[in-house]
Design a protein around this ligand. Structure first.
Ligand code: TA6
Length: 281
């Protein structure tokens, strides 16, 4: 997908602030990508960055930003031209904003801005408080039904990959994209990372907990039935030009998504989903 408008020399970055919790959030209208959330809720009370953002992330607008929360839409699966869809590389417009909240809108008509013909509007509401709430509102503004997949591809910063577990996955059926196996069953109640992980968990509970050495992140999803867990590990990380080879030790992706059953949206239909992230020490 290529945007019709020329890209600015440097991408605009907007910072939200929530005075009561002394937390801050950075978001780029490019891809509506949140890239940082500095929260004082973490154990050490200093402003800890909750999200991982690669030092080699491309911030030129030529490709998706490697880190924070890229938005995956309208498809999750790989495609030669557009892995994970065009939303994360589109320029979104600011609908409204305040000190601690912002709503961005991506409107697509069938004018060929993307190679996806269905008119829609996609509103992304970001609200910063002691926690971080992101709500997605997708409306079919066309005359025919379309279906899509959607996910929040969140990169959580971790103290070290060896220190991290994910709780809430036990008993779930998942597809293992590394082993290329389907219909696997998760046995672990505290999933740890010892190798490349690329799994799509189906019908995951709405509450997942990422535990790190000094704090825990509670991810509460609404209307996102699935969850993806990803870490590229050393070989894949070394092959990715917008990651440092040892960056796999610094993040885990836990992604709320609607993947297994694409969402079907009738004309004038509206689909809402949200993610609430909170930090506990
Ligand atoms: O969410 C996991 C995944 O689909 C992996 O398969 C890997 O491709 C990752 O996303 C990153 O994809 P990207 O297109 O951002 O490089």
């Amino acid at each position: 997908m290529t945007n019709s408008a020329p890209l600015p020399a440097t991408l605009e970055r907007i910072t939200l602030r929530h005075a009561a919790s002394q937390s801050e959030l950075d978001i780029y209208p490019f891809g509506a990508t949140i890239t940082a959330w500095r929260s004082r809720q973490a154990a050490n009370r200093s402003a800890k960055d909750i999200f991982f953002l690669s030092e080699r992330a491309d911030l030129s607008g030529k490709q998706a930003i490697r880190g924070g929360i890229p938005i995956i839409f309208p498809q999750f699966k790989a495609r030669p031209d557009q892995t994970h869809g065009f939303a994360r590389t589109a320029m979104w417009n600011i609908l409204k904003r305040s000190e601690d909240s912002i709503t961005l809108r991506f409107s697509h008509t069938s004018t060929g801005v993307t190679n996806w013909p269905h008119p829609f509007t996609f509103d992304y509401e970001v609200t910063l408080s002691e926690s971080l709430r992101t709500e997605l509102i997708i409306t079919n503004t066309g005359a025919t039904e379309f279906s899509f997949q959607c996910a929040l591809h969140t990169y959580f910063a971790v103290s070290h990959i060896d220190e991290v577990t994910v709780a809430g996955l036990a008993g779930l059926t998942y597809t293992d994209k590394v082993a290329r196996r389907e219909n696997c069953t998760e046995a672990s109640s505290a999933f740890a990372f010892t190798q490349e992980v690329d799994r799509i968990y189906f019908n995951a509970p709405d509450r997942l907990v990422l535990r790190d050495k000094a704090h825990a992140i509670i991810l509460h999803k609404t209307n996102f039935p699935d969850a993806v867990v990803w870490n590229p590990w050393s070989v894949k990380a070394s092959e990715m030009k917008d990651l440092k080879p040892d960056d796999y030790q610094r993040f885990v992706c836990v992604e709320a998504g609607a993947i297994a059953q694409p969402i079907r949206l009738a004309p004038h239909g509206v689909w809402r989903a949200s993610q609430l992230l909170s930090v506990s020490s």
